[in-house]
Design a protein around this ligand. Structure first.
Ligand code: 6PG
Length: 504
């Protein structure tokens, strides 16, 4: 009997997606150039299948892979983004892929690569993509899936993706937990929705990751204030995050931050987090989001600051040197009596800044969609991020509700619920940012979000002066407040009679 789906790549993500598919009753055939990965896959199936016959088949070549599937073939590629995806595509073509066969890229591919690939492989096979979020556990027990590309390919893969995706309880908007091998969640709303044409799914996943960077950085800034200004222990900070996780900040990232802070190093017994070198890594998706926001002229400063924060963290040696040379403020650190109030300020600051980071991410997706001619359903995107993915949070339900109220919403900040939330919590946000600055603690993401909020709600920004400067030195022209928009004017600034010249 032919298999339902073939897999190229049985690394951590590939293996877990395969095990998830077999749990859900799909027949999978897997191939990997690295035999040991296939051995590990079979070993995992052996360990999990009990008395049932083997559920995962493996093979030794691309040709065998195709031979184990019925045409038109459906093949998922789970290899690192970039060159390896094209390598696999070429190998599959050589092995006899046909024009109506479907290849699904599940990596964190750059969205423009996906668009390029779809064109490049047209007529050779159908390149479809599905961005996967949720890390290894998500892949195994329910990821959030962002499929995009050829609609026919979507109809082929839809039943499988909907079966393996994370599920949300439609009544509560909360994830339905699934943590054991062999378990299947048949009910609930699947966190898998068709995003749109080629590239759109990877774009949306890229922005998801940009928001992930911002969320993580905001949490880290709150941690640093508690650690360095309030001199709290990691265990006490973990307890604060745990408390926050019961309220409006409830999210996977807050939950795991508490767990990370509460973990002891097995060698020394010291908190493990204090043994981790403070140099952040990155694989590029946050950077791509920041670059895209700059290219589109769509402000996403909190996401960009989160990327910069990782960059500055890597300058460890310079920072150590500078710590001994550069003066900080002479402001005294807060007293113990002020601690609870400061923790509350941080809570509210984190919440408001988080709203701004999401507002930036959704605005970016809207701007890109307009430019690319995609019709993105933002309510649906918020819904498929409610479970399975790294930024999953109850908060996403409120974003889905906002787009349900108004699917044309220009910016999340203009939604009545979020506007009201920020108005309620902003006082503490401002205090948290001001205090951190007085204590000399960097809070780039918290404060950039505040500046974003303040700039967005300012009817008259100082860009009038900026336009004057540009026109002064470069005759770059400006529009006038008293004339119709679009008309350009130039002033001979150094001419005493200063004639205003209308350009067009
Ligand atoms: C996810 C994650 C996943 C990966 C990030 C990590 O949604 O499951 O975002 O895609 O963990 O790419 O990115 P950095 O290595 O850049 O932090």
């Amino acid at each position: 009997q032919p298999c339902d789906i073939g897999f190229v790549g049985a690394g951590v993500m590939g293996k877990n997606l395969i095990m998830n598919l077999v749990d859900n009753g799909f027949r999978v055939i897997a191939f990997d150039l690295d035999q040991s990965k296939l051995d590990a896959l079979r070993a995992q199936d052996d360990a999990e299948r009990g008395d049932n016959p083997p559920r995962v088949l493996t093979c030794n070549s691309y040709t065998d892979l195709l031979a184990s599937l019925s045409a038109p073939h459906l093949i998922v590629v789970s290899v690192p983004a970039g060159g390896p995806v094209d390598d696999v595509c070429h190998k599959l073509i050589d092995a006899g892929l046909q024009a109506d066969d479907i290849v699904v890229d599940t990596g964190n591919s750059l969205w423009t690569d996906t668009q390029r690939r779809e064109k490049e492989y047209e007529g050779k096979f159908i390149l479809f993509s599905t961005a996967v979020s949720g890390g290894e556990v998500g892949a195994r027990f329910g990821p959030s899936l962002m499929p995009s590309g050829d609609p026919y390919a979507w109809t082929r893969i839809k039943p499988m993706w909907e079966a393996i995706a994370a599920k949300v309880d439609p009544q509560t908007g909360k994830p339905i937990e699934r943590k054991a091998p062999g378990e299947v969640v048949a009910k609930g709303e699947p966190c898998a929705a068709y995003i749109g044409p080629s590239g759109s799914g990877h774009y949306v996943k890229m922005v998801h990751n940009g928001i992930e960077y911002a969320d993580m950085q905001l949490i880290c800034e709150a941690y640093q204030v508690m650690r360095d200004a309030l001199c709290m222990s990691d265990t006490d900070i973990a307890a604060v995050f745990r408390r926050w996780n019961d309220g409006i900040l409830n999210s996977y990232l807050i939950e795991i931050s508490a767990e990370v802070l509460d973990t002891q190093d097995s060698d020394t017994g010291a908190p493990l987090v204090s043994m981790i070198l403070d140099k952040a890594g990155q694989k590029g998706t946050g950077l791509w989001t920041a670059v895209s926001s700059l290219q589109l002229g769509c402000p996403a400063p909190t996401i960009s600051e989160a990327v910069f924060a990782r960059s500055i963290s890597t300058l460890k040696d310079q920072r150590v040197k500078a710590a001994g040379m550069l003066a900080g403020p002479d402001q005294a650190l807060p007293s113990a009596a002020e601690r609870d109030a400061i923790i509350d300020q941080l809570h509210d600051a984190l919440y408001c800044a988080k709203i701004c980071a999401y507002a930036q991410g959704f605005d970016l997706m809207k701007t890109a969609a307009n430019e690319q001619g995609w019709t993105l359903n933002f309510g649906e995107i918020a819904k498929i991020w409610r479970a399975g993915c790294i930024i999953r949070a109850v908060f996403l339900q409120s974003i889905a509700d906002a787009y349900e109220r108004n699917e044309e919403l220009e910016n999340l900040l203009l939604d009545e619920y979020f506007a009201e939330q920020i108005s309620t919590y902003q006082r503490n946000w401002r205090k948290a940012v001001a205090n951190a600055s007085l204590w000399g603690i960097p809070v780039a993401a918290l404060s950039s979000a505040l500046s974003y909020y303040d700039a967005y709600r300012t009817a008259v920004l100082p860009a009038n002066l900026l336009q004057g400067q540009r026109d002064y030195f470069g005759a770059h022209t400006f529009e006038r407040t008293d004339k119709p928009r679009g008309k350009k004017y130039h002033v001979e600034w150094s001419d005493p009679s200063r004639p205003v010249v209308k350009m067009k």
